[in-house]
Write a protein that binds this ligand. Sequence first.
Ligand code: NAD
Ligand code: ZN
Length: 354
Amino acid sequence: MKQFINVKNYLFGEGASSKLHETLQSNPTQGGRRLFLVDHFFSDGALCNSLKIDPSEVLYLDTTHEPSTNSIDEIVGNILKETESVTAVVGIGGGATLDTAKAVSNVLGNGGKAADYQGWDLLKKPGVFKVGVPTLSGTGAEASRTCVLLNAEKGIKLGMNSDFTVFDALVLDPSLSETVPREQYFYTGLDSYAHCFESLQGSYRNPIVDALSEKTIALCRDVFLSGDMMSPANREKLMVASYLGGSAAGNVGVVHPLSAGLSVVLGTPHCLANCLVMNVMEEFYPAETDTFLAMLDAQGIELPTGVCKDCTDEEFERLYESSIVHSKPLENALGPEFRSILTQDKVRSLFERM
Ligand code: NAD
Ligand code: ZN
């Protein structure tokens, strides 16, 4: 039985971000400082200015690298040096920024270090009031009950999976994704598509997850098979798809484990890594791979090629190990004997074709 938890309230629509301050009024803890964590793309200050955010309340995040336990501990450490406590955290950006906001709120509310809460249901208390304002659609981080962090010491990438991780409120404004570079928009948008088709093709199913996933896929098909994936109407549709896909949060299958392998061994960003994997998935997901190829074609997106061409035998072994370790999704997709299908040679040949 799956227990669902949803974001309590959200604003949706073109221009919704102009109401951000009203959303913050619903914070039960008034007083104290607010901290706006904003993707560095917006560091010219124009967006914060238009949203009437005081520059002294803003921390711009360099999202070149995915968030880590260390990056979270550093932000929290700096907050705790100030005398006035932070009572609201707002994340304005893509999945990396939203996950950072969720993790900072959680650690502020629970104390200790970020790594203490990587796993399942380890948070004991709600974090400080947190609001998500996505500027890039696809990961579903705005709706999910996790925030994914690299942990260099342990060599893992793991989320704080907890009901307390869910945002208290969202402001979903499709106008904010207008400036996303086309490739990035495509890669991140396709994360919604991958989450949902992997879930629908798996054996661990739930009727509500299925319904949300089906709608997410239909929206992704509309957006990425149309002439202009970034038209205002399509950016709005993709924002809905991302939210529904994140709310579905079903079990993934073959794509995400191999994608994790690329991220762990080669540092490939999550959403690009998914696309590299989907490009060679015809044996496992024939119809979805055809659709994916048609989407690439419709949008004129060229994926990087030969990403593993310089890999050593030792790296191929690590690619295999860091993929096959994800037994739950692989079992969901291929059954308990997944290791006899995804042999080391098979996995290597897939990576060689990416
Ligand atoms: P991202 O947040 O890493 O951003 C990618 C790039 O897009 C950055 O260079 C950023 O500056 C730029 N960008 C963002 N918004 C922009 C805008 N409006 N205009 C111009 N540029 C903009 O990308 P992402 O793909 O959204 O997120 C990836 C992260 O999400 C990873 O860290 C991954 O682990 C995480 N993730 C989380 C969940 C979850 O449920 N919590 C699920 C999947 C992935
Ligand atoms: Zn994903």
